[in-house]
Write a protein that binds this ligand. Structure first.
Ligand SMILES: NC(=O)c1ccc[n+]([C@@H]2O[C@H](COP(=O)([O-])OP(=O)(O)OC[C@H]3O[C@@H](n4cnc5c(N)ncnc54)[C@H](OP(=O)(O)O)[C@@H]3O)[C@@H](O)[C@H]2O)c1
Length: 192
C-alpha cells in the first residue's frame, strides 16, 4: 500500500509559507550571557536538553556551521538547516546547507508544520553565538533558559536582551540540576 500523507513525519508537510511561520530562537544562557567555549556547551543539563527536544521536535531547526560541527549529526525528527558560505563537498546526509539566514528561513518556511491545527508553524534558530546575533532581529519569540552561573572564560556569548524590544511572556519555576547543582528557569520572550 502506498503510504498516505498521515504517515509523513510532520516536518515534511508543506503547509506553511514563510510569512505564516513564527521565527523563534532557543538558547541556554548564563547570567553573564556566556553560551559556549571551545565549540562546546558550558554545562550538561538533562532537564534543559529535554525541554529543547520538546520545543523543537517536528520544527525546522537552523544553525551555524560551528554548531552543526559541535552536534556532529543532524537532530532527528527535525529538518536540519545549516548555514555556511563555504562549499562542503563531503557534507553529511540529512541536512540542508544554505548560504544565509534569509535562505534558511525560506527553506524552513516550506517545511514548517503548525504546532496546532491551522495555527502558525514555527522554526527555531538553535545557535550559536554568530547566528543568534543575526537572528535576534528577525525573531518573533525567544526561548531562553537562564542558567544561574557566570562563566568568565567562555568564548561565545548571547547578545544583550533589550527590554524595550522584548517582554518576558512566561517563566517557569526554578529547576535544579541533580548532578551539577546548577539552577535555571525556562523563559519565553515575545517581541513587543
Ligand atoms: N548555550 C546554547 O544554548 C548554545 C546553543 C548552540 C550553540 N552554542 C555554542 O555556540 C558556540 C558556537 O557558536 P559560534 O558563534 O562559534 O558559531 P555558529 O553560529 O554555530 O556558526 C558560525 C558559522 O556559521 C556560518 N554562518 C552563520 N550565519 C551565517 C550567515 N548569515 N551567513 C553566512 N554564514 C553564516 C558561518 O560559517 P562558514 O564560515 O562556514 O560560512 C559562521 O562562521 C559553541 O560553543 C556552541 O556550543 C551554545
Amino acid at each position: 500500500m502506498t503510504p498516505g500523507p498521515q504517515s509523513k513525519p510532520p516536518w515534511q508537510y508543506r503547509v506553511n509559507k514563510e510569512k505564516d511561520m513564527e521565527k523563534s530562537l532557543i538558547v541556554a544562557v548564563a547570567d553573564n550571557l556566556a553560551i559556549g567555549k571551545n565549540n562546546a556547551l558550558l554545562w550538561h543539563l538533562k532537564g534543559d536538553l529535554q525541554y529543547f527536544k520538546k520545543q523543537t521536535l517536528g520544527c525546522p531547526v537552523i544553525m551555524g556551521y560551528m554548531t552543526f560541527l559541535s552536534l556532529g549529526r543532524p537532530l532527528p525528527g527535525r529538518r536540519n538547516i545549516v548555514i555556511s558560505i563555504f562549499p562542503w563537498p563531503d557534507a553529511p546526509q540529512g541536512i540542508d546547507i544554505v548560504e544565509s539566514l534569509e535562505e534558511a528561513y525560506k527553506v524552513a518556511g516550506s517545511a514548517c508544520a503548525p504546532a496546532v491545527p491551522h495555527g502558525p508553524g514555527k522554526c527555531f534558530v538553535i545557535g550559536g553565538g554568530y547566528t543568534y546575533r543575526e537572528a535576534m532581529e528577525f525573531s518573533d519569540s525567544m526561548y531562553i533558559t537562564h542558567v544561574h552561573t557566570s562563566v568568565e572564560d567562555a568564548d561565545t556569548f548571547f547578545p544583550e536582551i533589550d527590554d524595550e524590544l522584548w517582554e518576558k511572556a512566561s517563566v517557569s519555576e526554578t529547576q535544579t540540576d541533580d548532578k551539577s547543582g546548577l539552577t535555571y528557569e525556562f523563559a519565553v520572550y515575545r517581541r513587543k
